[in-house]
Design a protein around this ligand. Structure first.
Ligand SMILES: [Cu+2]
Length: 270
């Protein structure tokens, strides 16, 4: 009965859709969100997770249904019905994945743009960098920090040197060298990163930020922490035998606690 099957398809799609959304919003698999970047990233993750849930549950249900409904009954010894081709089904299973993939592509592009990833990519191919020839992706860029258009005057400049197998932070204000990153909550940090040896990567899962640290090419990473706390910094680029131990911490303090830390550790009075 075509009408019954249409109602069944509609009902099961509805249940799948609602179920997918419910799972994505109730099963929290991500670490706490602690930077301004994180909610945007999490939104993309949720949408992809909803699509994944719908596909996984829908296909599993269809397989189980088919196994039971079309099983071999007692006494059946034949090869089954002789089927060849089904144009409308073929159009359907080509069109649906194409639309889903197109949507995922466009939506990811939009999220990347909202994270600042679509800042003009002006790279000077002559080898020298002029003032505009810097790359800024997702608050992430490379080039001379002095010319960074994304670095506003209120942001806190910090320099990161990565090496086998440590992260070393330098605060130009106060000339502080630290093995841990101290930052105040709610203020933009502009991290100028460079590696001394091989490629490393600065990754803070709670900030949803991961950026390569490259020898000979400074990278700039701008971010604003939104939650006070102690979060891990992990090297996310296989960089040698002790790569797994290349970790540090970012300590996000309230502004006054950060100021105290800065005063206590500054080499000169600030
Ligand atoms: Cu490393």
């Amino acid at each position: 009965m075509p009408k019954l099957s249409a109602i069944l398809t509609l009902t099961s799609s509805l249940i799948l859709g609602v179920g997918g959304v419910w799972i994505a919003y109730n099963v929290d698999m991500l670490p706490v969100s602690a930077s301004m970047n994180a909610p945007v990233y999490d939104e993309l993750y949720r949408v992809l997770f909803i699509i994944g849930c719908i596909l996984f549950i829908g296909m599993t249900a269809l397989v189980i249904y088919s196994l039971i409904q079309f099983r071999r009954r007692p006494g059946e010894t034949g090869d089954g019905i002789d089927l060849e081709g089904n144009i409308s089904l073929e159009i359907f299973w080509t069109a649906v994945p194409a639309i889903v993939v197109l949507f995922v592509g466009l939506y990811s592009y939009d999220i990347y743009d909202r994270m600042g990833g679509m800042q003009p990519l002006m790279h000077d191919h002559s080898g020298k960098m002029d003032n505009q020839a810097e790359r800024v992706w997702g608050g992430i860029g490379s080039g001379p920090i002095e010319s960074s258009s994304r670095t506003n005057s209120s942001s806190l400049p910090i320099e990161l040197t990565a090496m086998q197998f440590a992260f070393i932070f330098h605060y130009p204000k106060g000339d502080i060298i630290s093995g841990e990153l101290h930052v105040p909550v709610g203020r933009e940090v502009s991290l100028k990163m460079e590696s001394k040896d091989v490629i490393h990567a600065f990754w803070v899962p709670q900030f949803r930020l991961k950026q390569d640290v490259i020898p000979g090419q400074p990278t700039i990473l701008n971010f604003t922490p939104t939650k006070a706390g102690n979060f891990p910094i992990v090297c996310a680029e296989l960089c040698g035998p002790y790569h797994g131990g290349m970790r540090s911490n970012v300590i996000v303090d309230e502004q006054e606690d950060f100021d105290t830390w800065l005063k206590e550790n500054a080499k000169e009075s600030i």
